[in-house]
Structures are given as structure tokens and as C-alpha cells.
Design a protein around this ligand. Structure first.
Ligand code: F6R
Length: 240
């Protein structure tokens, strides 16, 4: 794993945007794996600006998001589909039909998950996957456990994740307790992965990711088996 330590959040956003932009420039038909959460918001802003300035073109780009709450309707302002439209898709020239987010209202969630993996495969696989990291080491919604799922699946959220995500909801009872999420193997199939970690709340898990052993109790540690992973973090997350 390569580690890029930046001065602050803005610099992390810029570095991450430059890396994603370079993929788009090199391959105008690239398949992007995208994440929600607070961390990539700055990166999305910069990508939207670069698109507006004519530096990058998303017209033939496809995207697949990591996860979606379940049950959750796409037009709910807490859905990850809504988040992506608001933070990126509405501001770039991507064809919305080429953007994929798991259906949080799927009647048959298992089928939805299996179809999603198939769609990614049929698109040629993910060229670059953007990840954030949970304070408990989760990537997408693969939560620490004695067992991790390989493929896209439905999962229960842990108390730590429900607490962390409650900041986006009026009250904690409103946070969904389940989600559809890409699995560890779905993520590891991406040709390149960038994982972003910023702020003091990510300090302990960033240290664990860099120094710790591979363990299902820290799902992000699974990334250590991948040959092209770049951790981009700020000084607060990196620590001393
Ligand atoms: C989001 C996702 C989550 C977040 C993680 C960090 O699609 O899959 O794993 O990346 O919870 O969230 P933030 O960036 O809000 O700290």
C-alpha cells in the first residue's frame, strides 16, 4: 500500500481528484467505483470543477457506488443515490443511465446484489475504486466480524456505524439498520483502489491500517493483499 500524507482535507481532496481525473483522461470509458460519506465530498467538488473547465469528460464514464441503505427510496434525501446526484452527478456531464447505485427498495435484495456484481463484470470491472474508512475499519458496509462476505450482499449495520451516521439524520432511530453493500472481493477486484482518511476521528484506524495485521476485525486491512492501493490521508489522521 502506498501512503500519501497531505497537509489537510483540501489537499487530500485535490490529490484524490487528480488521481481519479488521470484515470478518466487515460481512459474516457473508465468504470469508476464511488463512495458516499463526508470524506469524498471535497474530491467530488474538484472533479465537478475540472469537468466544468473542460479538463475532464465524463460522457462515456460508468460508475458503480459501493452501497445503499436498506430499505431506502432513491428520492429520500438520506439515500446514497440522492447524495451522489447532489454531490457529483448533477454537476458533471455523466449520462445518469451510466451511474449505478444499489436499489434500496429492491423486493428481492439477494437478486439485486447478484445482478449488481454481474453488471460490474459486464461493464469490464472497476478501473478505480474510491473508498472512505469507518472509525471501526469498515469499507463500504463490510463491518468488523469473524466472517466477511466476498460478494455484494445485504448486511446489518453495527452500533458504531449507526452512531457515526446518525449525524446525518434527525434522530438515531431514523438511521436504517441494514444496507446493501459491495463485498470485500467485489472491492478487491478493482484494478486500482484509493482510500481516503481525514480528521482526528480516523487517527486510530489509520494507524491500525498501516501497522496492523490483516484481520476480519478490521475489514480495511484486507486491502493489504491488493497490488495497487493508495491511502491518501491528512496529518490529523496520520498522526505522529
Ligand atoms: C460510503 C461508505 C462508508 C464510508 C465510511 C466513512 O459509501 O461505504 O464505508 O466510506 O463510513 O464515512 P465518512 O467519509 O463519512 O467518514
Amino acid at each position: 500500500m502506498r501512503v500519501i500524507v497531505c497537509e489537510n482535507y483540501d489537499e487530500v481532496s485535490k490529490k484524490a481528484a487528480q488521481i481519479v481525473a488521470s484515470e478518466v483522461v487515460l481512459n474516457p470509458k473508465a468504470v469508476l467505483g464511488l463512495a458516499t460519506g463526508s470524506t469524498p465530498v471535497g474530491m467530488y467538488k474538484i472533479l465537478a470543477e475540472m469537468n466544468k473547465n473542460g479538463e475532464i469528460d465524463f460522457s462515456s464514464i460508468k460508475s458503480f457506488n459501493l452501497d445503499e441503505y436498506y430499505p431506502m427510496s432513491a428520492d429520500n434525501d438520506q439515500s446514497y443515490r440522492y447524495f451522489m446526484n447532489e454531490n457529483l452527478f448533477n454537476h458533471i456531464n455523466i449520462d445518469i443511465k451510466n451511474t449505478h447505485v444499489l436499489d434500496g427498495l429492491a423486493e428481492d435484495p439477494e437478486k439485486e446484489c447478484a445482478d449488481y456484481d454481474k453488471m460490474i463484470e459486464e461493464a469490464g470491472g472497476i478501473d478505480i475504486q474510491v473508498l472512505g474508512i469507518g472509525q471501526n475499519g469498515h469499507i463500504a458496509f463490510n463491518e468488523p466480524d469473524s466472517f466477511l462476505y466476498a460478494n455484494t450482499h445485504i448486511t446489518d449495520l453495527t452500533e458504531s456505524t449507526i452512531n457515526a451516521n446518525s449525524r446525518f439524520f434527525e434522530k438515531i432511530e431514523d438511521v436504517p439498520t441494514k444496507a446493501l453493500t459491495m463485498g470485500i472481493a467485489s472491492i478487491l477486484k478493482a484494478r486500482r483502489i484509493i482510500i481516503l482518511a481525514t480528521g482526528a476521528s480516523k487517527k486510530a484506524i489509520t494507524k491500525e491500517l498501516i501497522e496492523g495485521e490483516i484481520s476480519t476485525n478490521n475489514p480495511a486491512s484486507m486491502l493489504k493483499v491488493h497490488k495497487d492501493v493508495i491511502l491518501i490521508c491528512d496529518k490529523e489522521a496520520y498522526g505522529e
